[in-house]
Write a protein that binds this ligand. Structure first.
Ligand SMILES: Nc1ncnc2c1ncn2[C@@H]1O[C@H](COP(=O)(O)OP(=O)(O)OP(=O)(O)O)[C@@H](O)[C@H]1O
Length: 325
């Protein structure tokens, strides 16, 4: 197994504040590893440990050597905070970074890859929008065609179309063998891009696995929530024996319902003359994993609501959840 990044028992304290409490992980060549966790969990500190930009206890290796000894043209780093000279144009910025390496990609093609073309490429950094600035920074991190690419919240401020094109770009890099270490607060982004995901909470790596493994282990069951005054007792015995039902404050819940069974469940409701306002289909995803392991909560997601029209046709479906970014 070709392990490109290895952290073993990594600890880092700032005064009394332990940012990393003994983190161990490894990332294989060509893998996209997504790191998630709440604000202050230690993600940036771990990126800094892996890139040798902060001293830590424990051991870290990158491409088989210490992060401070690794050949710099093999590493690309997009830090969370990156403030280039404000009066360089995007093109000059990328050309400047290209000049730091013996061999670099053509700046023009890197700018095109991140969607900075025409006048945008010739605009001073300080005059670019936040999302365009981030694209320029991504281009600077890519220009040396690195073997290992660290991206600390790369798509912050980038609009949805730009984000998708950056995702496609990262897909292409990963397909070409680049190892990517990505941190992000967008669960959709991490689920979409990562081969494996690690969840860091209060300086500890509390779960690691493929998105599907994490969802299966920690995401909970899929369920259909029916907005109604009816309770399980209002449904026939056979229905109560067939489905796992519960109710709470105006919501009747079919627990663990498979998508193919939504139509049957709705037919049962209608046969029993149950009045309902809306159906909500919830399939667990990485957000649920995050919630369950960090104890945090998100705002309710209105995109989960299936319209009354859809329900009357018996075609409940999950819409847009978590994938709309
Ligand atoms: N230079 C520093 N000096 C003092 N404390 C720091 C420093 N850098 C980070 N910390 C602390 O270490 C902890 C982890 O911070 P870190 O930036 O690694 O978290 P994070 O997971 O990247 O957070 P975010 O999602 O907000 O970017 C926090 O409590 C933070 O206050």
């Amino acid at each position: 197994m070709n392990e490109v990044l290895v952290a073993d028992g990594v600890r880092k304290s700032y005064g009394d504040n332990e940012a990393l409490s003994g983190v161990s992980l490894s990332v294989r060549a060509g893998e996209v590893f997504g790191l998630i966790g709440p604000n202050g969990a230690g993600k940036t500190t771990l990126v800094r440990a892996l890139t040798g930009t902060t001293a830590v206890q424990g051991s870290v290796s990158v491409l088989g050597t210490s992060p401070t000894d690794v050949e710099r043209d093999r590493i690309g780093l997009l830090p969370q905070s990156f403030s280039p000279a404000s009066r360089l144009t995007a093109r000059e910025l990328v050309e400047y970074y290209a000049g730091l390496y013996d061999e670099a990609r053509d700046p023009e093609s890197v700018l095109a890859d991140v969607g900075l073309t025409g006048d945008d490429a010739d605009t001073w950094y300080e005059k670019l929008s936040g999302g365009q600035q981030r694209r320029a920074c991504v281009a600077a991190a890519l220009v040396n065609d690195p073997d290992v690419l660290f991206l600390d919240e790369p798509t912050t401020g980038i609009d949805p179309a730009g984000r998708r094109s950056l995702w496609n770009l990262l897909d292409g890099l990963a397909a070409g063998g680049t190892t990517v270490f990505l941190t992000s607060h967008s669960m959709a982004e991490v689920e979409r891009l990562s081969d494996r995901v690690g969840l860091l909470n209060a300086g500890e790596l509390v779960a690691v696995g493929t998105p599907a493994e994490l969802v299966a282990e920690h995401g909970g069951a899929s369920r259909l929530e029916v907005e109604t005054d009816a309770t399980p007792g209002d449904l026939p015995d056979l229905v109560r024996r067939t489905y796992r039902l519960s109710s709470r404050g105006g919501t009747l819940v079919f627990e663990g319902l498979a998508p193919r069974d939504i139509g049957d469940a709705v037919t049962e409701l209608e046969s029993a003359d149950v009045d309902y306002e809306a159906l909500t289909w919830t399939q667990p995803d990485l957000e649920d994993v995050y919630l369950s392991l960090t104890g945090e909560s998100f705002e309710a997601r209105p995109s989960d609501v299936v319209s009354a029209d859809a329900e009357s046709s018996g075609r409940g479906r999950r819409r847009g959840r978590g994938g709309g970014e």
